[in-house]
Structures are given as structure tokens and as C-alpha cells.
Ligand binder design. Structure first.
Ligand code: COA
Ligand code: MG
Length: 310
């Protein structure tokens, strides 16, 4: 086979869970008060953080606090949780990464959030270590894109999501680290970050990943947060990373499924289900052209909407 024929090889799509990820709340893994609160809050996802929110001197203590907390809350395992529950571990290259990974293997959260992913090898290394520990496939991986090299390599990192057996489900933009590492000055409207954020969205979409926008640090500035959330929604993100409970409701609204979009999705599904359209690739619904790709999008939207209760 010539090299050109490689493009014809059909790489099997990984089976990724369809989940609402409108609001993704970080909680430092040593803040027991916030941890207790976190499970009652209406965010779709909670990320217990062992990385940047925890000082080196408290890393081990935070890991043990988190282990005990989740054991108490989910005696039969985290699969009982309605929310997705993630743990952000320290990089494997750090002094705490390996121990974090062993702890996470025992806890079995919904997914691990890997910080500072700069190339596909950073994920492969963790995936290999999980395989080595005989880790069930239900334990997924999310990757933070937050370094200059991570941005430069984001398409090849996303492409790893096509590898059979991959656990990679989602990207999270790490805007604070990106600002720090690049020297960009934070400004309203994120003029110099937007390009990079769009590359993250585009790469995620190219390989079927979900993608979450970065945090808004000034949690008392509701209008700035709302503006940035709507901006992230318009850029194509699935949801927003949050640091404070008062950011959840608006994120759920901004990234939620609107009633008219849901109605339209049902109309598209019904139209294609009509016997007369059985073999049609393209039809019209309410005067608009609709293709099979819209049917796929409509089905995904309806599936997601069934998982949203607030
Ligand atoms: N998750 C759950 N509960 C939280 C929370 C969070 N991320 N942040 C605050 N809360 C709780 C507080 O415990 C407090 O609860 P209480 O009323 O029962 O005492 C309530 O919300 C109000 O909090 P507030 O007093 O406004 O803020 P704070 O000073 O307690 O905390 C931060 C402010 C920024 C320190 C805190 O929001 C935080 O740690 N956020 C996450 C930071 C993080 O994980 N960063 C790493 C990723 S970028
Ligand atoms: Mg970071």
C-alpha cells in the first residue's frame, strides 16, 4: 500500500460517554468545607484538585483527605454519582505524580484531569501506567492545554483520541497558566488568547472531544463572568471551568440546551424517521435544509438533554 492509501484507513471512533459538561467546578482537595458543599451544588462536574490549588507541603495530606472523603461519600464507588467526579493530579514528572496516580486508581473517579499536557506522549505515559495497573476502561482522561507547547501540539494531542483503546475524552483550557507562560496581558474579551482558545476548540472537534473553557478568577464580578461565559459559548466550548459556587447557575444557563434548540432537534429526528425520508440524505425542515449530519447532532443534543435535570 502506498502512503497515500493511508488516508483511506478507517480508524475506529472511540466510544465516548455523552455527558453534559456545562459547569466544571474546581475544589481544592484539602478544603473540607468546600468539598462537603461541592456534591450538593448544581455543577455537572466537580474536579478535586491536587495540583496548583495545593501547596507542596500539603500535597500528601490533601491526597489522603480526598481519599477518605470520597470513600465516605461513595462507599460503593463513584459510579453511583450523578455528577462526573474528576481528580486533577500532579504531573507524573513531579514528586507527587506517581503516588497521585496510584491513589486515583484505587478511588476510580470518572476521570483524571492531567495538567500541563504539552504533547501526546504526556497522555500516553499516563495511559500506559493505568494499563500497567490493570485499570478498567471506565476511568477516563481529560487533558489541560495550558502551555505554549501544548497549544503548538494541540492537534496531535487531540489526534491521540483516535488511538484504539484511548481514554481521552475532553480538553480543558488552562488560561491562567497560558497567561503566565506567554506573557499575554489579561484583558476583557481575551483578544490575544482567543486565537489559541479557538485552536483548542478546533482540535477537540476534529477528533470528537469535548472542550471546556478556562476559569474567570474574579468571582465577585458577575457581569464580567457572564460576558466571558457567553464569549466561550460563542467560541464553541461545551462548558466553563469554575472556581466558585456563585458561577454555576450562569454557566448552566449559558452552556445549557435552549428549549427551541431541543424542539428543533426533535423535529429533525421526526422528519428523518418519516418513511418517505428513509433514503434521503438531505431534506427540509421548516424551510431549512437539513442533512444527516444534523440528525446526528440532533440525536446527541436530545441524549444530552435527558441527562440534565436542572
Ligand atoms: N467549591 C465548593 N464550595 C466553595 C468553593 C468551591 N470551589 N469556593 C467557595 N466555596 C464555598 C465556601 O466554602 C463558602 O461556604 P460556606 O458559606 O459554607 O462557608 C461559600 O462557598 C462562600 O465562599 P466565599 O467566602 O465567597 O469564598 P472563600 O473565601 O471561601 O473561597 C476561593 C474563595 C477562591 C479560595 C475558593 O472559591 C476556591 O478555593 N476556589 C477553587 C480554587 C481552585 O481550585 N483553583 C485551582 C484551579 S484554577
Ligand atoms: Mg494550570
Amino acid at each position: 500500500m502506498s502512503d497515500n492509501d493511508l488516508s483511506n484507513i478507517k480508524i475506529p471512533e472511540a466510544i465516548r460517554p455523552v455527558r453534559p459538561r456545562r459547569s466544571v467546578l474546581y475544589v481544592p482537595a484539602n478544603n473540607e468545607r468546600a468539598m462537603q458543599k461541592s456534591l450538593q451544588l448544581p455543577s455537572d462536574v466537580v474536579i478535586y484538585d491536587l495540583e496548583d490549588a495545593i501547596l507542596p507541603a500539603h500535597k500528601e495530606n490533601a491526597r489522603e483527605t480526598l481519599r477518605a472523603f470520597l470513600k465516605e461519600k461513595f462507599p460503593n464507588g463513584i459510579k453511583d454519582s450523578k455528577k462526573e467526579i474528576l481528580i486533577r493530579i500532579n504531573a507524573l514528572s513531579s514528586p507527587w505524580g506517581s503516588e497521585d496516580l496510584i491513589a486515583v486508581r484505587a478511588i476510580m473517579p470518572s476521570a483524571i484531569l492531567l495538567p500541563k499536557v504539552s504533547e501526546a506522549d504526556d497522555i500516553i505515559e499516563v495511559n500506559d501506567a493505568l494499563v500497567e495497573m490493570d485499570t478498567p476502561h471506565e476511568l477516563r482522561l481529560w487533558a489541560m492545554i495550558e502551555t505554549p507547547r501544548g497549544i503548538l501540539n494541540v492537534a496531535s494531542i487531540a489526534r491521540y483520541a483516535r488511538t484504539p483503546g484511548t481514554r481521552l475524552d475532553c480538553f480543558v483550557a488552562g488560561t491562567n497558566d497560558l497567561i503566565k507562560e506567554t506573557g499575554v496581558i489579561p484583558q476583557q474579551g481575551r483578544p490575544y488568547l482567543s486565537n489559541w482558545l479557538s485552536q483548542i476548540v478546533l482540535s477537540a472537534r476534529a477528533y470528537g472531544l469535548d472542550v471546556i473553557d478556562g476559569v474567570y478568577n474574579d468571582f465577585k464580578d458577575a457581569s464580567g463572568f457572564e460576558r466571558e461565559s457567553l464569549d466561550g459559548r460563542a467560541m464553541g466550548f461545551d462548558g466553563k471551568s469554575l472556581i466558585h459556587p456563585n458561577q454555576i447557575d450562569f454557566a448552566n444557563e449559558a452552556f445549557g440546551i435552549k428549549a427551541d434548540a431541543l424542539n428543533e432537534a426533535h423535529e429533525i429526528i421526526d422528519a428523518f424517521a418519516d418513511a418517505t425520508n428513509k433514503d434521503a440524505g438531505v431534506i427540509q425542515v421548516n424551510g431549512k435544509m437539513v442533512e444527516r449530519l444534523h440528525l446526528e447532532m440532533a440525536e446527541k443534543l436530545v441524549e444530552k438533554s435527558k441527562l440534565i435535570s436542572n
